[in-house]
Design a protein around this ligand. Sequence first.
Ligand code: IFG
Length: 523
Amino acid sequence: MNRNHNKPTISLLIFVMFMISISCTTNSPSDLSKESLIPKPVSITSTGGYFNLTDGADIYVQGESEDLKKIGNYLNDKLLPSTGFDIEVKSTDKAPGSGNIYIVLSAGDIEQGDEGYELSITKDLVSLTAGTPAGLFRGVQTIRQLLPANIESGTKQEGEWKIATGTIKDYPEFGYRGVMLDVARHFFGVEDVKRFIDLIAYYKMNALHLHLSDDQGWRIEIKSWPNLAIHGGSTAVGGGKGGYYTQEQYTEIVKYASDQFITVVPEIDMPGHINAALSSYAELNCNGKATELYTGIEVGFSTLCTNKEITYKFIDDVVRELTALTPGPYIHIGGDESHVTKKEDYIPFIKKVHDIVLAHGKQVMGWDEISLSELNPNAVAQFWANAENAGRAVSQGAKILMSPAARTYIDMKYDSTTVLGQHWAGYVEVDSSYIWDPATLVPGITKKNIMGVEAPLWTETITNMEEVEYMVFPRLPGIAEIAWSPASVRNWDDYKIRLGKFAERFKVMEINYYPSRLVPWVE
Ligand code: IFG
């Protein structure tokens, strides 16, 4: 039989029709490993299909645990505004039927640690499993990022809500993944701090360091020293309106953070960076005279009177009240830039403050200069500029929190054209804040010495949330990835593509981000 080899065979036609049919289901996600997630998970296996979230879906949590219901309700609160679906959070003792989300508390592999999770997605079911509620909460952020960007909208959006199928196994590289907000130079109210918490939780951050006092402002009510907040909190850099958190408001912030498995680390900077306190109480000054309020941006000109007994009563009262309001393990005592405190006074001062904090049952965190003094092994030295200080802390068995200014100080200008920010540590473009490895950056500091990574936002030049967001985004997601993802899966060429696809999420979340020309943004 003379077969005409030019005629397409029937099977080829069927194949072509099949390929057209699947491509006609528009942009159904079908390769989980190609999804843009930040931080990048430890491992992703794609199975090539998709789960379709519909109005008939419910969120099932295994058992009656209130913790799990809270996480189910948190997820539901994120899905409801944009989908308009009437999703219920229900308890169950077995896997639900198809079309649902299933949240299970169940110990996983030891490597998962306290925040690891496993996300298994089939066309019928989204199952999130973790050994702790915190791990489940981190996994919920991944679910959010796997849904279309419009899921983050506050208003009902048309469209399908599909999630690519496969399995994600994930857990953090470092246990402390933080951001610092300086509320002393400029004050940011409770609602601003809550938004800040929402934004950092999306990148699996788990610590919020609040820089509560400095030369320009004292921002936390201390009932035994009321003038600290009333007078010391009355202004800010530039002389504008200051502000402070009442203890109730600080407690509200702590709870809001805790509900997102974020620990608040309060900082009272001393013996330097203390003019707000010195202007509030004459007796804290060596000459017995209160200083004027300060609204400039100089540093290193103030000090507590280290040889007065009342100084340590003051510190003990402050630490006592702050400890009672702070469930987290750390009190940050600052210790930086004490340029007018004699070294022979600074060293015993830090030891005394260190012992006061321990006496109140908390652990000490401080800028790397505190390693000049004697530290206990649970103390944490926050490396910001001086490798010698960090090395000294390591030699005392203390842990290092990595905040290298030239990489993580997100008050640094992006480049010479950036209006906001400073540049004493150099310009920090998006690539500079991503292309580094905490475990190898500083000779003498290795992974085993490092408890985590933190990005400080100093606010000498930052006055409102728009400006906060411009400096924080898009550098924070990259720093979050450095803190969460293993160095082996991190590289700039891959990351910048994933980051570029977050433009639509930034837009939907109304984040005023800096559109760095180094990133291929996809709106
Ligand atoms: N260094 C000071 C901060 C702030 C910062 C601005 C530390 C530990 C410069 N101390 O960084 O108070 O002024 O970039």
